[in-house]
Design a protein around this ligand. Structure first.
Ligand code: MG
Length: 373
């Protein structure tokens, strides 16, 4: 089998708001083969940058667009293809958007392999440790108590065993962050797990230490991404100073960066985003790295059903998976881009897809309706 073409399709809701909601647009990747099998993937990044990275004509031998790098390759050489993309995109790549674009292509190649062999991707990753996973509800942090209460009252009865409030109103001041966390706990009651995603806006380690200790009193399960991914020293000081679980990982890609966070910073939970970290090929290695350090893997996912299916395939094959992040922001794409978006049962579980490949099908009408030409 040979790869014959790669398409990067930008899909976008009509109006974009400047809020921390990545499900307002996306890039759908399609990798075509000479056997008529098409693999699908998704990239959580700047869509226009990703499209350029995929479609750019070659400048020279280590500065090629990703499509030119992989056309003609056999999808079964998925690991070799990953390193080929990484090496031949060296001049503009190595981190960030180039790794994001590679992630979508890698995801699509794994989809091809599963479809060709008639098995779900988790079979190719070594088999399933589970056939369902508990989901936590992931939403933006509102700036008022009524909206926090509305979220708790809407999602907890649906079965979610926890809610993560992130970005949004957080980061205005330490005092306000603590007030918001107390509102969340009050609205949710004592039992459901509460997670806080700081969205990289804390700047001061001493304040972060103090706030994490306050959050412990509210029984916060983890504090996510307090700092930017370059603030490695801040992460080290924080994880060594508090009992609170500190999570991170959604912004980073390649084994090098995950090693810095897991082994170098003592992170308690690692959150690779399959559409950014380097794809399923790298996520599989991150699972093993995390396993060595006895920490759980909870993939970051705040996009559409394509990324959710890839996360579920990886979660199925991970001995140390704990939870599925379920993006509860309602955009025209978040639940409609794939047919039969994943539902949670009344105990808060989502089933692992069992159909060949990633196990989801794009709704081509929705794709066409929101495609940006
Ligand atoms: Mg996050």
């Amino acid at each position: 089998m040979k790869i014959t073409d790669v398409k990067a399709i930008i899909v976008k809701q009509p109006e974009i708001s400047m809020i921390g909601d990545g499900s307002q647009d996306t890039v759908v990747i399609k990798v075509m083969t000479d056997e008529g099998i098409t693999g699908i993937g998704e990239v959580d990044s700047s869509p226009y940058v990703v499209k350029s990275i995929v479609e750019s004509p070659a400048s020279h031998m280590v500065c090629m667009g990703l499509r030119d790098i992989i056309v003609g390759e056999d999808p079964f050489d998925v690991e070799k293809i990953w390193y080929k993309m990484y090496n031949l995109a060296n001049y503009y790549g190595r981190r960030s958007a180039a790794i994001h674009a590679m992630s979508g292509i890698d995801m699509a190649i794994w989809d091809i392999l599963g479809k060709k062999l008639g098995v779900p991707v988790h079979k190719l990753l070594g088999g399933a440790f589970r056939d369902k996973i508990p989901a936590y509800c992931s939403v933006l942090m509102p700036d008022n108590e009524d909206e926090i209460k509305r979220i708790a009252d809407t999602y907890l009865p649906q079965g979610y065993t926890g809610i993560k409030f992130g970005w949004g109103a957080l980061g205005q001041s330490d005092k306000r962050d603590l007030e918001l966390v107390k509102m969340c706990r009050k609205a949710m009651g004592d039992d459901p797990q509460l997670m806080i995603d700081v969205g990289m806006v804390w700047r001061d380690v001493k304040s972060a230490i103090r706030l994490c200790k306050e959050f412990e009193q509210e029984n916060v399960y983890w504090v996510e991404e307090p700092f930017t991914p370059d603030d490695l020293e801040a992460y080290k000081r924080l994880t060594h100073s508090v009992d609170m679980r500190i999570s991170a990982g959604e912004q980073v890609g390649t084994m090098f960066e995950f090693n810095e966070l897991i082994a170098g910073c003592g992170i308690d939970i690692i959150q690779p985003d399959i559409s950014r970290c380097g794809g399923i090929t790298i996520a599989k290695k991150v699972i093993d790295m995390a396993y060595l350090h006895k920490i759980p893997v909870i993939p970051h996912a705040f996009k559409t059903g394509i990324l959710m299916s890839a996360s579920l395939q990886v979660i199925a094959a991970a001995p140390n998976a704990l939870w599925l992040e379920y993006c509860c922001q309602e955009t025209v794409l978040s639940k409609n881009l794939v047919k039969k978006h994943f539902a949670i049962d009344d105990k808060g579980f989502v089933n692992i897809p069992q159909k060949p490949g990633l196990g989801v099908e794009i709704d081509e009408e929705v794709l066409k309706r929101y495609e940006v030409k």
